[in-house]
Design a binder for this molecule. Sequence first.
Ligand code: ACO
Length: 377
Amino acid sequence: MTSPTEEVQRGLQDVVALESRICFIDGKQGRLIYNGYDIRDLASKSNFEEVAYLLWYGRLPTTDQLATLRHHLIELRELPAAMAERIDSMPAGSNPMDILRTAVSELALFEPEETRPGPSSIGGAQRLTAVLPSIVGQFHRRRAGLPRLGTRPDLSHAGYLLYALLDREPTELESRVLDVALVLHADHELNASTFSARVTASTLSDLYSAVTSAVGTLKGPLHGGANERVMELLEEIGTPDRAEEVVKAKLSRHERIMGFGHRVYKVEDPRATILREWSRRIGEAKGDLHYYELLRKVEEVVHHEKGLYPNVDLYSGSVYGLLGIPTDLFTPVFATSRVAGWTAHVLEEYQDLRLIRPSAKYIGPTDLPYVPIKARV
Ligand code: ACO
């Protein structure tokens, strides 16, 4: 039992809230592990669909198991016609994360079977993972005046998302780069959005409600929204020779530099190391190393001034930007990957359910006399 005198861990920092087999972060060594597998191996040898299988089932799939999952995810891509119409009727100028949050919540109305909480929610986990690129893609296509897209069974999760956003066949390199980014973003232990998904699930609420909570949490600029702000920073800096001046001015105003720092990593985020290399590769392939060079300079200044290391969001924005993904879709793209982790955590929560309900240290008064309303001033 907690007592009011106990130390408050602001932001629940360093509080171990539960046991999990899904993801391990070694913040001192800069390691990230999904179900026993190092992120560096997964990023170089695996793919998003395989990683989703790993997160949901706790083991890598066989060839047949992976083929079955791929087939299933493609089948589940299609939105109900009424839902597609709803997305078309939402204000075209909306924040895409608001669209995503609303669409996930509304989808539950069409899929009552999938909303029953419990281990059978694996069906809902696959449905939501399959359908998120369709929601993001459809909203973007509609606001860009593009026709609706079919399910394109020949395309992977990453390839389909890119096709929907770019309205053209992605190259092999483009699909691979996005696939790597999705692998890197698929899970990250008890990050804020995953925690909010688990809190919702811990009340025995359903998976769609849990993912709705998670999307709302991911939206914030201190979490998933940081990579969009990195692009704003790059626009503001313009050329590498201005990086020092702009960054120092921001730091002197006590502003945060987006894409740097992390609650858990005390060294470089391994996902940033991998994405930095992919940012260079895609920049070279497109003959445009502008973002890469600018970010290298920003890294140098921030490290020199504050000793901070980059997190995953520093280079993800530049990679998405070079792929031609609009900046306001960076966080929704993040969600199309993290949904695999959110749903894996919700499934784990259902298996060992315990209501998540911490305590607060009360710091207000306790003995105020009740004053009748007419006597109050
Ligand atoms: N820029 C400038 N200063 C920073 C930054 C930053 N990006 N990050 C931390 N600091 C400083 C703080 O100002 C504080 O300094 P002080 O002690 O002099 O006041 C110190 O470092 C500790 O900061 P906290 O906020 O206590 O550290 P916390 O663990 O809560 O921060 C966070 C983690 C929120 C990610 C923070 O580093 C941040 O705001 N970064 C920028 C946003 C960002 O990139 N978010 C993406 C995270 S990765 C993800 O969600 C996918």
